[in-house]
Design a binder for this molecule. Structure first.
Ligand code: SDX
Length: 432
């Protein structure tokens, strides 16, 4: 056995095999177990993919013990202070930071794809006014596959690029249409004189009867949140997009699958759930009661916005957003924010509690983001939609990486079967 292989011996047959150890550019090595089914007729068992690298990727790196997050090698802290969401989108999609001209061209491409087909707008009328916006967004994104089916050859790099621009450009328009539908207000068309986030705010908050001025503080805050949510390697929704896309399906259908996966409260839906939880807790005096519930496995209550599959020290995005809460609330003149005060106290108390300390449960990206969305007057049911807008960039980057890989195969996990063994059909009269 050399140092780059693991030797595995099957005790039943004595057959030995050397499993190659593969190294990434940074991070732990991985054991390539592709040969074990062939050599030993066994599969690996890893429910919920706790220790499985499902693919090779060059997009995002996380060190969960050190609290490191890199997009294409750049620390998220640097991007958060120096970059913009459009520049980060370019970086994630194309792999390098853009030149001035490249960024201008990219911005202009995104801007020119912001409108959606009028027929698509009519879909919203089919939804009840209180439909959850994630349900509307997921359905409307899926239906885009009907509008761009014949013109979309996933093996054509130019078609792939046009798709990536279209979906990133149109997601805010679809999200705003869902919001306006919930309010019963007329849809507001995109404004190509505005940057990505200002346009988003305009489509959300403008009404035809009076002029709307975008608050630059709000646009800047949204831009920063979008940077922090843009990608996070093989999280559940990105893995969903990759799995769906591996079948060769229409990419709008694959992105819609990602939106649906993101909606769950264990994933992106947590930002909405955090605010509901804070309101439910109500006051600092009630924190011990809710912490006790979070520790009680029979209660089904979890501290929303806490814990992470990969981060076992802290989520660097949560740190940035907590800082940002102070600044944004001050700039918006909303320093007196009881829910933010409660969230700070909850974090402080939980991080001294043995249960959370021993399980390395820290606030994640979703713990503080809802406080900022609320301060920007974005309704709670739209929080996860905001996450989806930003994460579309990540989903598309992973889709491009997957489809562009000449070795792409359909994703097809195996299982450990624990059901009935083979048995013969019994006639109705013989059944108990
Ligand atoms: C996102 O994967 C990504 O990268 C996702 C994301 C992204 O950018 O894409 O970062 C975005 O989805 C953030 C996560 C948002 N979800 C929540 O905030 C919901 C609350 N958190 C959890 O449900 C949970 O922590 C998860 C889903 C985030 C992680 O689940 P894991 O990895 O399966 O963790 P676990 O269940 O193995 O937890 C270990 C222990 C368990 O207790 P024991 O069985 O060991 O006694 O910690 C407990 C868990 O029950 N635990 C919690 C808890 N989270 C974990 N207990 C109380 N409250 C919690 N929040």
């Amino acid at each position: 056995m050399n140092s780059r292989t693991f030797e595995l011996t099957n005790p039943a047959t004595g057959v030995k095999s050397a499993l190659p150890v593969r190294s990434g550019s940074i991070g732990p090595d991985v054991l390539d177990i592709a040969g074990i089914a062939r050599d030993h007729n066994v599969f690996t068992f890893d429910p919920a993919f706790g220790v499985t690298a499902s693919c090779e990727s060059k997009i995002t790196y996380i060190d969960g013990d050190e609290g490191v997050l890199l997009y294409r090698g750049y620390p998220v802290e640097q991007l958060a202070t120096k970059s913009s969401f459009m520049e980060v989108a370019y970086l994630l999609l194309y792999g390098e930071l853009p030149s001035t001209t490249e960024l201008q061209t990219f911005n202009s491409n995104i801007t020119r794809h912001t409108m959606i087909n009028e027929s698509l707008l009519r879909f919203f009328n089919g939804f009840h006014h209180n439909a959850h916006p994630m349900a509307m967004v997921s359905a409307v994104v899926a239906s885009m596959s009907a509008f761009y089916h014949d013109s979309m050859d996933i093996h054509n790099p130019r078609h792939r690029e046009i798709f990536s621009h279209r979906i990133i450009a149109k997601l805010p328009t679809i999200a705003a249409a869902a919001h306006k539908h919930s309010l019963g207000q007329p849809f507001v068309y995109p404004r190509n004189d505005l940057d990505y986030c200002s346009n988003m705010l305009s489509m959300f908050f403008a009404v035809p009867c009076e002029p709307y001025r975008v608050d630059p503080v709000a646009a800047q805050a949204l831009d920063l949140l979008f940077i922090l949510h843009a990608d996070h390697e093989q999280n559940a929704s990105t893995s969903t997009v990759r799995l769906a896309a591996s079948t060769g399906t229409n990419p709008y259908a694959a992105i819609s699958a990602g939106v649906s996966a993101l909606w769950g409260p264990a994933h992106g839906g947590a930002n909405e759930a955090v605010l509901a939880m804070l309101e439910q807790i109500g006051s600092v005096d009630n924190i011990p009661k809710y912490l006790a519930m979070a520790k009680d496995k029979s209660s089904h209550f979890k501290l929303m916005g806490f814990g992470h599959r990969v981060y076992k020290n802290f989520d660097p995005r949560a740190k940035i957003i907590r800082e940002m809460c102070h600044k944004v609330l001050a700039k918006l003149g909303r320093t007196d924010n009881p829910l933010f005060e409660l969230a700070l106290r909850l974090e402080e108390i939980a991080l001294k509690d043995e249960y959370f300390v021993s399980r390395k449960l820290y606030p994640n990206v979703d713990f503080y983001s809802g406080i900022i969305y609320s301060a920007l007057n974005i309704p709670r049911s739209m929080f996860t939609v905001m996450f989806a807008i930003a994460r579309t960039v990540g989903w598309v980057s992973h889709w491009l990486e997957l489809i562009g890989d000449p070795g792409m195969r359909i994703s097809r996990p195996r299982q450990l079967y624990t059901g009935a063994a083979r048995r013969d059909y019994s006639e109705m009269a013989q059944r108990r």
